[in-house]
Design a protein around this ligand. Structure first.
Ligand code: NAD
Ligand code: IPM
Ligand code: MN
Length: 363
C-alpha cells in the first residue's frame, strides 16, 4: 500500500465546500484502486486565520508543506482581507517557493454541458492552456512614491527571464507532443509591449524550430481572446505569460460551460517540490455557504493530481465519472441544473466505481 501524503488547504469561501467534495472522490478512487491511500493533513490557512493571527500562514508555512507529495488547495481570498495581501502571503508564495512554474489548465467542453457559444460541441473545445506561473506580470517588483500627494506614483515591473520564458514554452511544446496536439499557439502582445513581448516571441520562435512536427503560431492576446469565442476548435495548446494565461483561462472555462468546472495544476515538473492542485475559480463570496458551488473544477483538479502522481488510468475514471454525472443531468445551477454540491459529488463517487469496473472489464 502506497501512502500519499496530501496537504489540504481548503482556504476561503467555497474552497471549504469543494475541497471536501474533491477529497471524497479521491478517497473513492483510492479505495477502488486498492494500491494506495491518501494520508491528509488539513491546514486552516485562510483569511479567517489571518484575522486571528495577522498573517495568512505561519512563518515556516512552506517548510511545513515541503515534505508532502502534493497540495490540494481550494481558493484563497475573501472580503475583509485585501486580495493582494491574502494572495501574496499564501497562494503565490506556494507557487513561487515550490517552483511551480507551470500552470496547466485543460479547457474542454464535456459532453452533457452546453457551451454559451452557439452550436459548439465537445469536439470544438478541447485544448490546454499552459500559463507561466512564476514571473511575468506577477513580479512583486516595483513600488510607490509620493503617496498622498499630487505626485502619487506607482511602478510595477514585469519580469521575463530567458530561463523562465524558455522553460514554459518548451513545456508547452512537449505537452503538445505527449497529448497528440498538433498546433501550439502563443499569446503575445508585441505590438503594444515592446521589450518583454518581442523577447517572448523570439524565444517562442527559437523553441518552435526544434519541433518541426508541430504547427506553431502566435496571436496578440486581444485577438486570441476573440478567437477563443469564434474559433475554439483551432486550438491544441495555448501558451502565455502569467497574466495572459490567467485571463484566457477564465474565458476558456466560461466557453467550456462555467468557471465552476475549470481545473488547474501548478506543477514543479522536476518534482523537487510538491505540486499544487486547485480549481481555476476563486472563493465565490457571492454563493459561499449555500452548498450550491459546482465541485467539478476541484474534482477535475484532483484528476490532474492523480495523473501527476502516476495514476493516469484513475484520472480517466474521474473524467468518465464527471461526464456520466453530467449525462444523467446531475449538475449545479451554474450549468443550468438544480443539484447541489453534495448531490453532484455523491453521483460522481458512484460513477467512479462504475467507470473503474467498466475499465477493468475492458470496455
Ligand atoms: P470567483 O471565481 O470566486 O467568482 C467569479 C464568479 O463565478 C462568481 O459569480 C462565482 O459565484 C462564480 N463561481 C466561481 N466558482 C464557482 C463554482 N465552483 N460554482 C458555481 N459558481 C462559481 O472570482 P472573484 O469573485 O473574482 O474572486 C473571489 C475571491 O477569490 C477573490 O478574493 C479572489 O482574489 C480569489 N481568487 C482566488 C483564486 C485561487 O485561490 N485560486 C482564484 C481566483 C480568485
Ligand atoms: C488564478 C487566480 C490567481 C491568479 C489570483 C487569485 C492571484 O486568479 O489562479 O487564476 O491570478 O493566478
Ligand atoms: Mn484567475
Amino acid at each position: 500500500m502506497r501512502d500519499i501524503r496530501l496537504a489540504v488547504i481548503p482556504g476561503d469561501g467555497i474552497g471549504n465546500e469543494v475541497v471536501p467534495a474533491g477529497l471524497q472522490v479521491l478517497d473513492v478512487v483510492a479505495r477502488v484502486n486498492g494500491g494506495f491511500r491518501f494520508l491528509t493533513e488539513q491546514f486552516p490557512w485562510s483569511c479567517a486565520w489571518y484575522l486571528q493571527h495577522g498573517r495568512m500562514m505561519p512563518a515556516d508555512g512552506l517548510d511545513q508543506l515541503r515534505a508532502f507529495d502534493a497540495i490540494y488547495l481550494g481558493a484563497v481570498g475573501f472580503p475583509g482581507v485585501p486580495d493582494h495581501i491574502s494572495l501574496w502571503e499564501l497562494l503565490l508564495p506556494i507557487r513561487r517557493g515550490f517552483q511551480q512554474y507551470v500552470c496547466l489548465r485543460p479547457i474542454r467542453l464535456l459532453p452533457g454541458v452546453k457551451s454559451p457559444l452557439a452550436g459548439r460541441g465537445p469536439a470544438d473545445i478541447d485544448f490546454y492552456v499552459v500559463r507561466e506561473n512564476n514571473e511575468g506580470e506577477y513580479s512583486n517588483m516595483g513600488g510607490r512614491i509620493y503617496a498622498g500627494t499630487p505626485h502619487d506614483t506607482v511602478v510595477q515591473n514585469a519580469v521575463f527571464t530567458r530561463m523562465g520564458t524558455e522553460r514554459i514554452i518548451r513545456y508547452a511544446f512537449e505537452l503538445a507532443r505527449s497529448k497528440g496536439k498538433h498546433r501550439i499557439s502563443s499569446a503575445t502582445k508585441s505590438n503594444g509591449i515592446n521589450h518583454s513581448m518581442p523577447f517572448w516571441d523570439e524565444i517562442f520562435g527559437q523553441v518552435a524550430r526544434e519541433y518541426p512536427d508541430l504547427q506553431a503560431d502566435q496571436f496578440h492576446v486581444d485577438a486570441l481572446a476573440a478567437r477563443f469565442v469564434t474559433h475554439p476548435q483551432q486550438f491544441g495548446v495555448v501558451v502565455g505569460s502569467n497574466l495572459f494565461g490567467d485571463i484566457l483561462t477564465d474565458l476558456g472555462a466560461a466557453i467550456a460551460g462555467s468557471i465552476g468546472i475549470g481545473a488547474s495544476a501548478n506543477l514543479n515538473p522536476e518534482r523537487l517540490y510538491p505540486s499544487c492542485f486547485e480549481s481555476i475559480h476563486g472563493s465565490a463570496p457571492d454563493i459561499a455557504g449555500q452548498g450550491i458551488a459546482n465541485p467539478l473544477g476541484q474534482i477535475w483538479s484532483g484528476a490532474l493530481m492523480l495523473e501527476h502522481l502516476g495514476y493516469a488510468d484513475e484520472a480517466r475514471w474521474v473524467e468518465t465519472a464527471m461526464v456520466a454525472t453530467l449525462a444523467a443531468g446531475v449538475a449545479t445551477r451554474d450549468l443550468g441544473g438544480t443539484a447541489n454540491t453534495a448531490e453532484v459529488t455523491a453521483r460522481v463517487c458512484q460513477e467512479v466505481e462504475r467507470a473503474a469496473a467498466a475499465a477493468r472489464a475492458g470496455h
